[in-house]
Design a protein around this ligand. Sequence first.
Ligand code: ZN
Ligand code: ZN
Length: 422
Amino acid sequence: MLALRRSERLCEIRKVESPSKDVEKEKRKKRKEEREETCSANKKRKRKDINPNKEDKKIKEDNTKTKKAAKSEDDEIKLENKPERVEKKSRKTKLTQEMFAKRLSNITKYVGAHVSISGGVQNAITNSLFIGGNAFAIFLRNQRRWTAPPLDPKNIEAFRENCLQHNYASKFILPHGSYLINLGNPDQEKREKSYQAFLEDLRRCELLGLTLYNFHPGSTVGNCTKEQSIQHIANCINRAHKETSNVTCVIENMAGSGNIVGSRFEELADIISRIDDKNRIGVCIDTCHAFAAGYDLRTDQAYEETMKEFSRHIGFQYLRGMHLNDSETELGSLRDRHANIGKGYLGLEAFRLIMNDDRLNGIPLVLETPIGPDDELSDYHREIELLYGLIGRKSPITTNCVKAHITEKNKEKRKSKNQSKR
Ligand SMILES: [Zn+2]
Ligand SMILES: [Zn+2]
């Protein structure tokens, strides 16, 4: 813990100075070169990591999935089951500074991505360095299984050391909880099972020196009122606070309606109001979820209105992180479909507004966007660069890719309408 605090000081937040045009040009050129190096480094690294027989197939299967989250599940099974082989691997793969993307310093916005812990939790830091992330998220274990073997003490040690060495302070690391956990379940036995998994996750955070833990609030599963569900969630958090010492529970806003708790800011505020230790409760806004839930962020005015709503019901003092995702579906669709930055219905302007909003300084801004089949890490690297490039941009941004995406969608719709008419 002490170690992480020291690095927090090192990461002091400072204003970004806009360099002159020539310097900028030179930098861009350099960055491009570095990016190319990173891409080839990633590819080389990947080739080394893959066992040609069994895992080759597995990787191919994984490549068909687009979401990072889905992929890291398989990775984590490998990690947890084969610690000895993993160690040998890491000794073979020599990582050099040149393989990492350039990380910006003197920043106020801490942008990164949800990275894999394949091969050991300590590899999250290396993965974040590859993409030039200044923040990152991880799963603490296989997020789709109830049980997992304990973390290897050697990996814990390495994780802490890597964080310190590369200046990743705990307030910029936002681990994501298991998808199975539902603290709002009215069934006492099922809720207890969720609670134990929740507690296990929090204890893992403490072992790793992490102080934030991001999770989905829960669901009524159709068997109780939202109010009852909210009370169950709050009870679980209060109980967990007593059984752990310093992790802040960070509730995420949700896209859906119906049984899901937390798509409205009011519901998140309701949970917070029932928490005894207000210092250990926080909120993470997912931009895609917010947009799907009907909170618009696309224009200056809409953005301000949404943020005013957030401030009125919850307050920025509770905001501990954000998930930066564009949306595959329209405003108020209630669907959770992440799109790449600038390529969905939210569009680049929403992210320009975010990147220039001082209320969002000093918190982890984490990408959970779809990744390409071959070159996943460099996809994140490009998005991180894109986001940092929006700082200081004044005029509203409408990109051709957004327009193209939407026109394409509309065309598809018209096509299917016409077909059904015939
Ligand atoms: Zn989430
Ligand atoms: Zn989502």
